[in-house]
Design a protein around this ligand. Structure first.
Ligand SMILES: Nc1ncnc2c1ncn2[C@@H]1O[C@H](COP(=O)(O)OP(=O)(O)OP(=O)(O)O)[C@@H](O)[C@H]1O
Length: 309
């Protein structure tokens, strides 16, 4: 791992020592973000943070780096999007529980849902002091078939869209790539039914299911208004009805922020969820494809510290 270090501009004027940060940068995340990252790094240097910058070369690198970095690192900072953050979270959760590094975020991805949910500032001069010595809070992560998530885990329409969206197109046109694939899925209108077992008690059938940790989805859309990333609880979002008309209503409802009021939509708080039906169907985890059905979802065994206001 190669690195660069920042030094304190005026250490004696600081109340607490600045943190030691490992910044894991995914150079393929988002578009045209290098200048923004450079601005944050420059501000971090002014803050006196000790920064080691490391670029991923391929998928999986961020997880390895977060799992294996030394105990001299206070915060593993992801400069990337939700997919790279998901990797880092899986690396951090795989470490021994004795004081693992916290997670920090420099949002340079396409959608950056977690940083929106946590209200992490984007401006370099606000973000750098936060990362260097700002507040920490604990979050509870979800766990689906052994992989951790902070945003959501989905099956059905959105998992099919995520798994079929061309990465090359996403690189070129950003979120619009999902909209285009969504239109294709909408026109195809393939009917699906999943069996959802909630806390071993209630059984519901639905055409799509998203098990949420975050209240947000796809950016600023409100999917699960009662979800709280700081609570040890999952919100099971059930799209009960299938067919093009219901799908259209769900999309409009989400766009207008009134999904919760639609009769074919229900959210249920839970600790454990099992989803079966159409075994082999794709699953999306924090916005990236991740394995397939059947699916066992629960909560991570411990909390994760995140640098957030
Ligand atoms: N150097 C790399 N080359 C190719 N893929 C990488 C590299 N580093 C990480 N990845 C993978 O790139 C994927 C996409 O990255 P990420 O999600 O961070 O960016 P994004 O898709 O632009 O942002 P968002 O998820 O917020 O929309 C991740 O799933 C990650 O595993």
């Amino acid at each position: 791992m190669t690195g660069t270090s920042g030094s304190a501009a005026d250490p004696e004027s600081r109340l607490s020592p600045a943190r030691r940060l490992l910044v894991i940068h995914n150079p393929t995340a988002g578009r045209r973000q290098r200048r923004h990252l450079a601005a944050v790094l420059s501000e971090l240097q002014k803050e006196g943070a000790e920064v080691r910058l490391w670029e991923t070369a391929s998928a999986g690198d961020a997880e390895r780096a977060a799992r294996e970095c030394g105990s001299d690192i206070d915060v593993v900072v992801v400069a990337g999007g939700d997919g790279t953050i998901n990797e880092a979270i899986n690396g951090l959760m795989a470490r021994e529980p004795s004081q693992p590094p916290a997670l920090g975020i420099i949002p340079t991805g396409t959608t950056n849902v977690l940083s929106r949910d946590l209200r992490i500032p984007r401006q370099a001069d606000a973000l750098a002091p936060l990362l260097a010595r700002g507040m920490m809070r604990d979050i509870h992560v979800g766990c689906a078939n052994g992989r951790y998530f902070t945003l959501m885990c989905g099956v059905g329409m959105d998992a099919h869209i995520v798994s079929r969206t061309s990465l090359r197109l996403k690189k070129k046109i950003g979120k619009l790539a999902y909209v285009m694939q969504g239109l294709r899925e909408f026109v195809a209108g393939v009917p699906r039914r999943y069996r959802v077992e909630i806390d071993g008690a209630e059984v519901v059938e639905a055409s799509s299911v998203i098990v949420a940790k975050s209240r947000l989805y796809g950016g600023e859309f409100q999917l699960a208004p009662r979800a709280d990333i700081g609570k040890p609880e999952l919100q099971v979002c059930l799209f009960l009805r299938g067919g093009r008309l219901s799908t259209l209503l769900y999309i409009i409802g989400m766009g207008l922020g009134h999904l919760d009021h639609l009769p074919g939509y229900r959210t249920v708080a839970a600790k454990a969820v099992r989803i079966t039906g159409h075994d082999g169907d794709p699953v999306q985890l924090d916005g990236d494809p991740s394995g397939c059905l059947p699916l066992e979802i629960g909560l991570g065994k411990r909390r994760l510290s995140v640098v957030a206001p």
